[in-house]
Design a protein around this ligand. Structure first.
Ligand code: ATP
Ligand code: MG
Length: 569
């Protein structure tokens, strides 16, 4: 491709909302153009990279016996009513009406459409399993679209769905998918990790996410190198925590703590350490108020609490509700003397605590010397503490490392969550009907390319891993008006193209400085520079974008050297 005929305009301008490097570089390198918040045009240079990824995905999924189809973006509301999600799905679902006032939505995901398809076509165990996928546009009205393609509202996803007559068949396909994802992310040369993930409100059993390691990632992940345990913090299990020392006070005593509401303030005031205080967090749920108790030095894992209590989201109790159930303003809640209607759930780490301090359910007062068994029973114990760096690993003697990741893929054993309500059933060999076992498998196309840039760049621009590079070789003609330069560049261009290499030929009438800056910015793995001065000495200059180390070869060697550098790029 000749740059002069291509559509690629680099820019120095970085919009204010481009907070992460991949977003900035995608804009600067002319890959994407914003149309509205979270909605982008994929410009030709960016689209080439997305296509390279899609080709890798298709190749690897074919290897996993997945079959491609394409489903519509616009989906009728009835299917969502059928699955029970029309009411449940929140504001991320863009609901629309046609001219007949019939309700539709723009698909944020396609479980309903595919389950409807399969329930109509497949009826016998003999036709199962089936493993289908598509690559298509999704729309989710994200509350905070940001980071460019990383969290768009309109975005490209590869979504796969599998249907089975048994759990073992689902397990096998799930494992095949996990292996295919590994091959895809390895092919993209990404530093990634597969982690245990929360199955959330959808239910289902197993779920894994694929996280690209990046400081700007929106997900927090823990890992124990010794055992290989890795999980999203939402799901992470921690080993037993060392119980804090009991409070020195042995009697249940109320102490005035005027204006002290945070754990740190109260601990300092009472001469205790934060872990000797029990924090009481109140939430309003569909089934009434729930009080979650965690150690004062730790944070509550809200995802785990939500899974425990059920419902769509967790809402901190409003002030008036806090007053109603505690009799005190917010900041002084405690498990002793809470309204009977409140369900108390305590973190497992409190099992080892004998005496602690907590809010006294009275303005400006805390209890010390609260003794389990005498002053209260903790009752329900659940795993509710958010994992942090250095926590004991769930098994073995290791410690958890905490790092950030970009969720690029998510696989999920759905079981019969959709097939049940939607009546997607099969008949077994004895003639009995059962809902099919289902799996679903998502992979963000734009997000993966963005993640690759997060991991592969320097101060001057992108450094493409070859498999995702929009072009493999950038051929730069310095002063292309010069007859000898042009002739030589054209020859090399023709030869590289003939060998099936993706070449971008910078034949623009621009100053060398502009061309070199652009070359660094757009990050094509191998650069071949044809200039009048070196050509006069019988030389052509080549380099790899990654280290920019220059090699000089004769014109006759140029193509061979370019291929050699490409092979090691
Ligand atoms: P997140 O927690 O980041 O919102 P999700 O759990 O909602 O992701 P899934 O429903 O599992 O995502 O979607 C499958 C894949 O689609 C994700 O792993 C991610 O790669 C991609 N994806 C999801 N939401 C977006 C988005 N708003 N923009 C770009 N890619 C997305
Ligand atoms: Mg989401």
């Amino acid at each position: 491709m000749r740059w002069s005929q291509f559509y690629l305009f680099t820019t120095r301008e970085v919009p204010n909302d481009a907070e992460v490097v991949s977003h900035q570089l995608m804009i600067r390198a002319g890959m994407i153009k914003k149309v509205a918040a979270g909605i982008y045009t994929y410009l030709p240079f960016g689209w080439r990279s997305l296509n390279k990824l899609m080709a890798i995905v298709r190749r690897e999924l074919a290897g996993a016996q997945a079959v491609e189809l394409s489903m519509p973006c616009i989906q009728p509301a009835e299917l969502w009513v059928d699955s029970g999600r029309w009411k449940k799905y929140g504001k991320e679902l863009l609901r629309i009406k046609d001219r007949h006032e019939r309700e539709f939505c723009f698909g944020p995901t396609h479980e309903e459409v595919i389950t409807d398809l399969v329930r109509k076509d497949v009826s016998s165990y003999r036709q199962l399993p089936k493993n289908l996928y598509q690559i298509g546009t999704k729309f989710r009205d994200e509350i905070r679209p940001r980071f460019g393609l990383m969290r768009g509202r309109e975005f490209l996803m590869k979504d796969g769905y599998s249907f089975h007559a048994s759990r073992t068949s689902l397990d096998a396909t799930y494992d095949d998918y996990a292996a295919a994802y590994r091959r895809i992310f390895e092919a993209c040369q990404l530093d990634y990790i597969m982690v245990d993930a929360d199955t959330g409100s959808i239910g289902g059993s197993d779920s894994h996410e694929f996280m690209v390691v990046a400081a700007t990632g929106e997900s927090a992940v823990v890992r124990d190198r010794a055992t290989g345990y890795a999980a999203n913090v939402e799901k992470a299990v921690i080993g037993a925590l060392t119980p804090p020392a009991p409070t020195p006070q042995t009697e249940l005593t109320e102490i005035a703590t005027p204006g002290k509401t945070t754990v740190e303030e109260v601990a300092a005031f009472l001469g205790l350490t934060p872990d000797q205080i029990v924090k009481t967090l109140l939430f309003e749920t569909e089934k009434g108020v729930v009080a979650a108790l965690v150690r004062g030095d730790r944070e509550l894992n809200e995802v785990k609490l939500l899974n425990l209590v059920g419902g769509l989201q967790l809402d901190l109790a409003r002030d008036e509700v806090v007053r109603e159930v505690t009799g005190a303003p917010p900041g002084f809640a405690g498990p002793v003397g809470l309204a009977k209607s409140v369900r108390i759930v305590a973190d497992v780490s409190l099992a080892g605590v004998t005496r602690f301090a907590c809010g006294a359910n009275k303005a400006d007062a805390h209890f010390v010397g609260v003794t389990v068994g005498r002053d209260l029973e903790l009752g329900e114990l659940h795993d509710l503490t958010l994992a942090v760096e250095g926590d004991p690993a769930p098994t073995g003697d290791g410690r958890l490392e905490l790092f950030r990741g970009i969720e690029v893929g998510h696989i999920f054993k759905l079981g019969t969550v959709y097939s049940g309500p939607m009546g997607c059933t099969y008949t077994d060999d004895a003639g009995a009907d059962h809902p099919m076992e289902m799996g679903c498998y998502g992979l963000g196309i734009g997000r993966t390319v963005a993640a690759a840039i997060e991991q592969n760049h320097d101060a001057n621009g992108i450094i493409w891993p070859r498999p995702l590079a929009p072009f493999e070789v950038l051929l730069v003609a310095l002063n292309p008006q010069d007859e000898t330069v042009r002739t030589e560049a054209e020859r090399i261009y023709g030869e590289l193209c003939a060998r099936g290499i993706d070449v971008l030929y910078d034949d623009r009438d621009e100053r060398p400085g502009v061309k070199f800056n652009d070359a660094d910015l757009i990050g094509v793995p191998v650069r071949v520079v044809v200039g009048a001065r070196s050509l006069a000495e019988g030389k052509i200059e080549l380099s790899q974008r990654r280290d920019r180390e220059k090699v000089l070869v004769t014109p006759g060697e140029a193509v061979g050297k370019a291929l050699e550098l490409l092979a090691s790029a």
